[in-house]
Every structure is written in C-alpha cells, then in structure tokens.
Ligand binder design. Structure first.
Ligand code: HEC
Ligand code: HEC
Ligand code: HEC
Length: 201
C-alpha cells in the first residue's frame, strides 16, 4: 500500500516534469506559476491555493492596462460567484448542473432534448494508476455523441490507445479537460477513480 502510494507520488512528480517540459502547460499553469511559489499539485482537500489559482486568471495581462474601461470587466470571482467550486477553486460544473444552477439547452431554441446515455466505461490502460471511469451520463447531459464518436474516440471499450501525454497535449479527453472542463493536472483522481484489484505482483 505504502509502496503504491509512493509510486503514485512518483508518477505525479513525473507528470509535473513532463507537463512543464513539453511547454504546453496551458494558461492555467502559466498563471499558477506566477501566483504560487511552486507548481506542486494540491491535495483534493486544498482550497486556499486553488482560489489563488482562480484569481490568477484575472492577471492574464491580455487587456490593455491603460484602457479606462478595463476595470468594468467582471473578475472571475464576480462571474462565478453563484457557482460551487471544486477542490482546486474552479467552478464545479457537474455540481452546478446537478443542483439545477445551470440548465444548458440541447439546441438554440431550447426545444430538443439531449440524448442521455447512462453507461460507464472503465478504461484500464493506466499502469499503476487507478483505472479511469468514463461516465457517459455526465457527458451526454450536455454533449452529443458526435462530439466524441467516431473521433476522437472509437465507440468500443478498449479500442483507443491513449497516453497521458496525449491528454496533456490537448488530445482525447484533453480536447475539453484543461480547457472548458476541469483541469487534468490537479485532478488525477476525478478520472482515475476506480482502484485496481489484487492484480499487482
Ligand atoms: C480527464 C481525465 C483524466 C485525468 C484528469 C487524468 N487522467 Fe491519466 N488517463 C486518462 C485516460 C483516459 C487514460 C487512458 C486509459 C485507457 O486508455 O485505458 C489515462 C492513462 C494514464 C496513465 C497510463 C498511460 C500512460 O500515459 O502512461 C497514467 C500513468 C496516468 N493516466 C496518470 C495520470 C496522472 C498522474 C494524472 C494527474 C496528474 C492523470 N493521469 C489525470 C484520463 C485522465
Ligand atoms: C465526451 C465524449 C463522449 C461522448 C459525448 C459520448 N461518448 Fe461514447 N465513449 C466515449 C469513450 C471515452 C468511450 C470508451 C472508449 C475506450 O474505452 O477506448 C466510449 C465508448 C462508447 C461505446 C462502447 C461501449 C463498450 O462497452 O464497448 C458506445 C457504444 C458508445 N460510447 C456510445 C455512445 C453514444 C450512443 C453516445 C451519445 C448518446 C456517446 N457514446 C457519447 C466517449 C464519449
Ligand atoms: C467533448 C468534450 C469532452 C471530452 C472529449 C471529455 N470530457 Fe469529461 N467532461 C466534459 C465536460 C464539459 C464535463 C463537465 C464539466 C466539468 O466537470 O468540469 C466533463 C466532466 C467529466 C467528469 C466528471 C463527471 C462527474 O459526474 O462529476 C469526468 C470523470 C470526466 N469528464 C472524464 C473524462 C474522461 C476520462 C475523458 C476521456 C476519456 C473525458 N472526460 C473526455 C467534457 C469532455
């Protein structure tokens, strides 16, 4: 048990290194680096540093500081104040959806219904990490099958060869996660949520 925990921590450190090295660390990591002393992943229970990370979004430096109207823009805190936050301090969109705080439409006019599929797929090519549970329901509440099938995912369990590096580079799950959906880098356990059985040597 201690051994596998150490392995998990080692993998985390490795992932940190890889992510930083490939230089694709995304706006979030760039911002977090400015805001925090070291970009080490917080535990799921951490909240304070997460809020720092969220607020770093307001310091992105995209807007002209000399423009008098700049201060009229909403800060991220104002824009998201009615939403629940996840352990990293970013909006917890699934909770917002479940609690009815948001109610996305299936089409522009709000007349169609979503085609919701309640099917979990356990993805097992995860080395020492817990297996990944992919929940169709959470996704098809607001995404269409065609967003994911046939690309980037063949609709057959185990038919896709996915490496974490691909995800960090913005492919597969990374097309949305780290972009519009929760941050991959700080939330391993939200995807890797199924402990492996007694298969370890
Ligand atoms: C958005 C979901 C998601 C998150 C978050 C996530 N992973 Fe993964 N990970 C996957 C998927 C999907 C696979 C491929 C599983 C398969 O094909 O069976 C995978 C595979 C892996 C693998 C095995 C393949 C490889 O690249 O060696 C490792 C190790 C891994 N993840 C580590 C991590 C670590 C460490 C973190 C956190 C820093 C993390 N993952 C966060 C979805 C995720
Ligand atoms: C956000 C992405 C996403 C959306 C949207 C999505 N799927 Fe999937 N689907 C996946 C992933 C990931 C897998 C697992 C692939 C793997 O294991 O390599 C999968 C697997 C499947 C499988 C194979 C299951 C099995 O046991 O072999 C079927 C069938 C499927 N999807 C149908 C659908 C249908 C129908 C919809 C729309 C109602 C849909 N999917 C929407 C990502 C998605
Ligand atoms: C087409 C966009 C898209 C792709 C591709 C995608 N996701 Fe997601 N995923 C979302 C959105 C949007 C949410 C809800 C927003 C959030 O939780 O941040 C979400 C939420 C989740 C959740 C939380 C579900 C819950 O009920 O709490 C998990 C777990 C997850 N995704 C895993 C994955 C894995 C694993 C993959 C790749 C195999 C993947 N996703 C690919 C868009 C996507």
């Amino acid at each position: 048990m201690a051994y596998s925990k150490r392995r998990a921590r080692f993998l985390l450190a490795l992932a940190t290194l890889i992510t930083l090295l490939i230089g694709e660390a995304e706006a979030f990591l760039r911002a977090a680096k400015e805001a925090a002393e070291a970009p080490s992943p917080p535990s799921a229970a951490t909240t304070s540093s997460g809020h720092q990370a969220r607020e770093a979004i307001d310091r992105h430096g995209v807007h002209d500081p000399a423009n008098p109207d700049r201060d009229r823009l909403q800060t991220i805190g104002e824009a998201t104040r009615h939403l629940p936050y996840d352990a990293n301090g970013f909006p917890d969109w699934m909770r917002a959806l479940r609690e009815g705080l948001i109610n996305p439409r299936a089409d522009l006019k709000g007349q169609e219904a979503m085609n919701v599929l309640d099917l979990d797929v356990v993805m097992k090519n995860t080395r020492e990490m817990p297996h990944v549970k992919f929940p169709h329901r959470s996704h098809t509440l607001w995404l269409a099958c065609a967003n994911c099938h046939p690309a980037p995912f063949k609709a057959q369990a185990g038919a896709n060869e996915i490496r974490m590096a691909d995800i960090f580079r913005g492919n597969y799950c990374g097309l949305c996660h780290d972009r519009v959906a929760f941050i991959t880098f700080f939330s391993c356990q939200r995807c890797h949520s199924v402990p492996q059985g007694d298969k370890r040597p």
